[in-house]
Design a protein around this ligand. Structure first.
Ligand SMILES: Nc1nc2c(ncn2[C@@H]2O[C@H](COP(=O)(O)OP(=O)(O)OP(=O)(O)O)[C@@H](O)[C@H]2O)c(=O)[nH]1
Ligand SMILES: [Mg+2]
Length: 205
């Protein structure tokens, strides 16, 4: 398992397929630049960002799923490590942000939905639900999506949330991390922090 976590109590995690923009979002949230790239699989170990004065950490987990040039075995190992990390720290994680690519998420999910197959993204949302971790689906790269409401309705549907997506603003947050357009996400995170009576952490979002 990843052995990098600083000794902090409360945590917000970013999780998602490779190349969806987690590290870009992490930069927007923290103001600190993390390696990001064109090539999937850039983040191999978690990026943790914490503050000297606060018992709080934001974690950008490595991406799962297809990464060109990364063997299947290695990809499975990364996914197992992510699952273990979430299970181990479920009590600490106040909010999990599952980042998906607005342009490709529906196609990828549909391609991997079968009799004995659950797509990774859906599987992670189900795992987080089982772990009782409040979860937000951040739909990133909205700058590349034309049919915004239709696309978001389809994404809601694929995660088992009855459309219209606008009923789920605490769960579905359309963003364009690259341009810093992340207000839908920070609003949703803050709502969950309020629910958890952690208003003290709202200043980070
Ligand atoms: N068009 C568009 N591209 C974006 C957006 N956010 C990130 N990207 C691009 O997507 C690519 C991948 O971004 P990363 O932040 O490295 O993705 P990641 O999810 O951390 O990837 P891994 O570390 O492999 O898991 C980069 O080329 C980013 O510039 C966005 O809102 N719109
Ligand atoms: Mg990354």
């Amino acid at each position: 398992m990843f052995e990098t976590r600083p000794d902090r109590d409360a945590e917000v995690v970013l999780v998602g397929r490779s190349n969806v923009g987690k590290s870009t979002l992490m930069r927007e949230l923290t103001g600190h630049s993390f390696a990001k790239g064109r090539k999937p699989g850039v983040t191999r170990q978690p990026n943790h960002y914490d503050w000297v004065s606060e018992d709080f950490v934001i974690t950008d987990l490595p991406g799962f799923g297809f990464m060109s040039g990364v063997p299947e075995e290695r990809r499975e190992a990364i996914k197992t490590d992510i699952v273990r990390y979430l299970e181990t720290y479920a009590e600490n994680i106040l909010v999990a942000v599952v980042v998906v690519d607005g342009k490709s998420a529906v196609d990828i999910i549909d391609r991997h939905t079968g009799a004995d197959e659950v797509p990774h993204d859906v599987e992670f949302v189900m795992l987080l639900r089982d772990l009782e971790v409040p979860t937000i689906i951040a739909v990133n790269k909205m700058d590349k999506v034309d049919d915004r409401d239709d696309r978001l309705d389809d994404i809601a549907d694929r995660f088992g949330l009855l459309p219209p997506w606008t009923q789920w603003r605490d769960t579905i947050a359309p963003i364009t991390a690259k341009r810093g357009e992340i207000a839908a996400l920070t609003d949703a995170v803050n709502g969950h922090l309020e629910d958890a009576k952690r208003d003290d952490l709202k200043k980070f979002f």
